[in-house]
Design a protein around this ligand. Structure first.
Ligand code: PEP
Ligand code: MN
Length: 346
C-alpha cells in the first residue's frame, strides 16, 4: 500500500510514522515527488489494514496497491522515473540511443564501433562480454578481457556502457566495469540474478523474456526494486510468434501499455526483435513514435565477419542515416505530445 503524506507533515511526525511501520516488520520505500512524499509499504497488507494508519498526524490517505507489482507500479510513483547514467538521462524528454556490437570481439573492433557510435550522435555504448548463446559451441564472449576493452572505449569516447551479466557470480566483476547491467531475455526470470543486481547501485537494463507477459516483466522488475535498487529500465525485444521470417515478434503495444502501468523508463530493441538488418530501421522509427525512452541497436563495421548476430547489425552509414531519421521523428513527437497534453486538459 502507499501512504500519501500531507505536504505540511513535520520531520518528527514522518519519523514516528516510519518507525511504527518498521517496528511491525514492514519495508519502507520513500518516494519524494515534486509536491508530496509517498511512503510505500511492502509486506502483507492484511496485517497493516487493522492498524489505523490514517489516524497518524501528517497522513493524508492510505491507498492499497492492487497490482501484484508494487514498487514498479504507476500508483506507487506518479511521475516517470528518470535514470541518470553518467549524465545520460533515460526516461526524460530526450530519446536515448544505445548502440554497439552484439559481442565485444577485440579491442580494435570495439574502439572502431565506439567511434562510429559517438560520431552518429548515439549516447550510450553496448557490447556483450558474457554471451548467452543458444549453442555451447558458439562464441561465448571475451569475459573480463572484453569488459576491460569496454571500459576503455567508454573513457576514450565518453560514452556510458551497458553490458550483460548472465550469472549471480558474475555480478561483482561486471559491476566493476559497466555503467548499466543488462539482464538478457533468457534470464528475465532468473530470480536469484535479479535479486543480486538489485543489491548493486548500478542501473539495470531488463529485457523482456521471449515468452513473458508485460505483467511477468514488471514482476521481474519488482525483484530488482524490492532488493533496494530503484533504477530499472524495461526493454521490449520481441516475443515468440508464429511468423518464421523474423526472429521474434516486436510487441510495440508493450510501450504504451507499460507507460500506463509503470513509472519506469521503457526501451525497445528492434535488432534482437527482428534478427534482420532490413527491418531494424523501420521498427526503430516505429519505436520512437510509440513513445520509447530509449532504443538499443546492434552495429558492426563488417557485419559479415561478426562473431554473433551479424545478420541484424547495422553498418556505420545505416546507423548515421537512422540517427538523422530519429531526430526528425523526435521533433514531430514533441509536437504530438503537446497536442496530446492539450487533450488532457480539454
Ligand atoms: C543482447 O542484447 O546481446 C541479447 C542477447 O539480447 P536478448 O537477451 O534480448 O536476446
Ligand atoms: Mn546480439
Amino acid at each position: 500500500m502507499i501512504i500519501v503524506l500531507k505536504p505540511e507533515i513535520t520531520p518528527e511526525e514522518q519519523a514516528h510514522l516510519i518507525q511504527r511501520i518498521e517496528e511491525m516488520g514492514f519495508k519502507i520505500h520513500l518516494s519524494r515527488g515534486e509536491h508530496r512524499t509517498i511512503v510505500g509499504v511492502i509486506g502483507d497488507e492484511e496485517a497493516l489494514r487493522s492498524t489505523a494508519l490514517e489516524a497518524f498526524s501528517g497522513v493524508e490517505k492510505v491507498v492499497p496497491i492492487l497490482k501484484p507489482y508494487k514498487l514498479a507500479s504507476r500508483e506507487f510513483r506518479h511521475e516517470n522515473t528518470v535514470i541518470d547514467v553518467r549524465g545520460v538521462k533515460i526516461g526524460g524528454p530526450k530519446l536515448v540511443v544505445i548502440a554497439g556490437p552484439c559481442s565485444i570481439e577485440s579491442r580494435e573492433s570495439l574502439l572502431q564501433v565506439a567511434k562510429v557510435v559517438k560520431d552518429s550522435g548515439a549516447t550510450m555504448l553496448r557490447g556483450g562480454a558474457f554471451k548467452p548463446r543458444t549453442s555451447p559451441y558458439s562464441f561465448q564472449g571475451l569475459g573480463e578481457e572484453g569488459l576491460k576493452y569496454l571500459r576503455e572505449a567508454s573513457e576514450i569516447f565518453d560514452l556510458p556502457v551497458v553490458t550483460e551479466v548472465m550469472d549471480p557470480r558474475q555480478v561483482p566483476i561486471v559491476e566493476r566495469y559497466a555503467d548499466v547491467l543488462q539482464i538478457g531475455a533468457r534470464n528475465m526470470q532468473n530470480y536469484s540474478l535479479l535479486s543480486e543486481v538489485g543489491r548493486t547501485r548500478k542501473p539495470v537494463f531488463l529485457k523482456r523474456g521471449m515468452s513473458a507477459t508485460v505483467k511477468d516483466l514488471l514482476l521481474s522488475a519488482e525483484y530488482v526494486l524490492s532488493a533496494g535498487n530503484r533504477q530499472v529500465i524495461l526493454c521490449e525485444r520481441g516475443v515468440k510468434g508464429f511468423e518464421d521470417s523474423v526472429r521474434n515478434l516486436l510487441d510495440l503495444s508493450a510501450v504504451p501499455n507499460l507507460r500506463g502501468l509503470t513509472h519506469l523508463p521503457i526501451a525497445v530493441d528492434p535488432s534482437h526483435a527482428t534478427g534482420r538488418v532490413d527491418l531494424v530501421a523501420p521498427l526503430a522509427r516505429a519505436a520512437v513514435v510509440v513513445g520509447a525512452d530509449a532504443i538499443m541497436l546492434e552495429v558492426h563495421t563488417s557485419p559479415e565477419k561478426a562473431l554473433s548476430d551479424g545478420a541484424q547489425a547495422l553498418r556505420p552509414e545505416a546507423l548515421r542515416r537512422l540517427m538523422r531519421e530519429i531526430a526528425v521523428l523526435e521533433q514531430s513527437m514533441d509536437v504530438v505530445r503537446k497536442i496530446e497534453s492539450e487533450g488532457a486538459f480539454a
